[in-house]
Design a protein around this ligand. Structure first.
Ligand SMILES: CSCCC(=O)C(=O)COP(=O)(O)O
Ligand SMILES: [Zn+2]
Length: 237
């Protein structure tokens, strides 16, 4: 561990928007959506400024909705050294996946959920992608090639990678999917969940909410015999 004068100062703040506080409050919020149930899932935040570049990481195997700021690991992004390590805890097994979003996409935050809607979409989509089209909420998803957002008539496609026995072993296939799908802000993991990132923590949150809405809608469409990626068909009178 790189030694710094006061590691505790890294996680102590009265500011509710401080990353150590935000990870805890957001995980309580995510728990209510069923995204971080039974210790699964989580979020990591990269805090960049002129004088620091820190990554805040939650512990592994803990109830994510019960975490406290003092449970947070803090890593120096450039050296990859931990500046703060809470006693008797290990960093989240998702850390290499979160780091992939920070390194390959310059993300400010990455969320991992075990949402049942996400898992069901990976089971209903037989190939290597999930697609949905012609739904208003798609407009909340960024389109990096334009610097803007997707349009109502765009088809949203999210890559799906196969699950592995251990979370950290997903790193190579997640990185490959990020490279092969330059427009994507998410990667689904079959029978497991989804990773969603954004330029800021708030963009990561709204994108994750929008994607989860679309995953849930797609599942309901399949149940009704509708194709989520199908064309707009006239509603019969
Ligand atoms: C029942 S959770 C299994 C591990 C997992 O998939 C996950 O997302 C949580 O990993 P962590 O190391 O952050 O607890
Ligand atoms: Zn997981």
């Amino acid at each position: 561990m790189t030694s710094i004068a006061d590691p505790e100062a890294l996680i102590r703040s009265e500011d509710s928007n401080h990353p150590a506080n935000l990870i805890c409050s957001l995980c309580r919020n995510f728990y209510t959506h069923g995204w971080v149930t039974g210790t699964g899932g989580g979020i990591s935040i990269r805090d960049r400024d002129e004088d620091h570049d820190h990554v805040f990481i939650a512990p592994s195997g803990v109830q994510k909705e019960r975490m406290l700021p003092e449970n947070m690991f803090v890593m120096d992004f450039s050296t990859k050294q931990y500046l703060r390590t809470p006693p008797a805890l290990k960093p989240s097994a998702c850390t290499p996946l979160f780091m992939a979003a920070f390194t390959k996409r310059g993300a400010g935050a990455c969320i991992h959920t075990h949402s049942q809607a996400a898992v069901l979409c990976t089971l209903m989509s037989k190939g290597k992608t999930f697609s949905i089209a012609n739904i208003e909420q798609i407009k909340a998803i960024p389109k990096p090639s334009t610097g803007g957002y997707m349009g109502y008539f765009d088809t949203l496609t999210i890559p799906i990678i196969e699950n592995t026995a251990h979370e950290e072993d997903l790193k190579d296939s997640l990185e490959k999917a990020i490279e092969e799908y330059p427009e994507t802000c998410a990667v689904l993991v079959r029978r497991h969940g989804v990773y969603v990132w954004g330029d800021t923590v708030w963009k990561a949150k709204t994108q994750c909410e929008s994607l989860d809405y679309l995953f849930e809608l797609a599942v309901k469409m399949w149940q009704l015999g509708l194709d989520p990626a199908g064309p707009i068909t006239p509603v019969e009178e």
